[in-house]
Design a protein around this ligand. Structure first.
Ligand code: G3P
Length: 251
């Protein structure tokens, strides 16, 4: 049985005070992490404080990106080692916004996944197709290529502890959600890719989230599907009430 994982991705939202208040409040409202993994992926500048506030609670804190080098002359970047040194548990890698606006390549994402594992940070590896690719019937080929590239060079044992997030780009922030059946079919196809690359046990162990306009009204149906093990949530993770409802749905 795979433990559900509900991760909020705040993107570039919230003031420092709002972020700290949110984490302080939700830590006392969410269910135990024995039933569900609850994660907030916050802007890098807030991570150290949020990790402290969430320390010894059921909430885990994640980053939204990182460099793959341990250190070096990379002005403005944050390294995996730096994230680990402040106690960050997760990192979102290869989000479509980073691929599109910051020219992140499959190769860089693969290096980042390796770098995350090196410091015991769980990578949440994003994949997903554009509207045009969906219309052209290329959804499965697109996610297969992205996941194959991201997982290149890893052992089955390493892959079991990773998280994949399937986020169709046309559903992000648009209010359009993939139907639960369609999302499940693509998540199932991703699981099959993992089985083909590694083995069935690895495919059954890895957790696959759906992301794209997830909200309290649609999360239960999505989570009821065989291959959907959680959600990566943007907009609906910004309010305490809706975030807590999403985590409760996973428990
Ligand atoms: O990473 C989460 C995200 O891209 C989905 O955003 O606002 O559609 O839930 P949203």
């Amino acid at each position: 049985m795979r433990k559900p994982i509900i991760a909020g991705n705040w993107k570039m939202y919230k003031s420092f005070e709002e972020a700290a208040d949110f984490v302080d409040e939700v830590t006392s409202l969410i269910p135990s992490n024995e039933a569900v993994d609850a994660v907030i992926c916050a802007p890098a500048i807030y991570l150290a404080t949020l990790v402290e506030i969430a320390d010894e609670t059921d909430l885990a804190i994640g980053a939204q990106n990182m460099h793959y080098e341990t250190e070096g002359a990379f002005t403005g970047e944050v390294s995996p080692t730096q994230l680990a040194s402040i106690g960050v548990d997760y990192v979102v890698l290869g989000h479509s916004e980073r691929r599109e606006y910051f020219a992140e390549t499959d190769e860089a994402i693969n290096k980042k996944v390796r770098a995350a594992l090196n410091v015991d940070i769980v990578p949440i590896i994003c994949c997903g197709e554009t509207d045009a690719e969906r219309e052209a019937g290329q959804t499965e080929a697109k996610v297969e290529a992205q996941i194959t590239a991201a997982l290149q060079g890893f052992s089955a044992e390493e892959v079991q502890h990773m998280v994949i997030a399937y986020e169709p780009i046309w559903a992000i922030g648009t209010g359009k959600t993939a139907t639960a059946d369609d999302a499940n079919a693509v998540c199932g196809a991703i699981r099959q890719v993992v089985a083909n690359l590694f083995d069935d046990a690895t495919a059954q162990a890895i957790r696959i989230q759906y992301g794209g306009s997830v909200k309290p009204e649609n999360i239960e149906e999505l989570l009821s599907k065989e291959h959907i093990d959680g959600a990566l949530v943007g907009g609906a993770s910004l309010q305490v009430e809706s975030y807590v409802k999403l985590v409760e749905a996973g428990a």
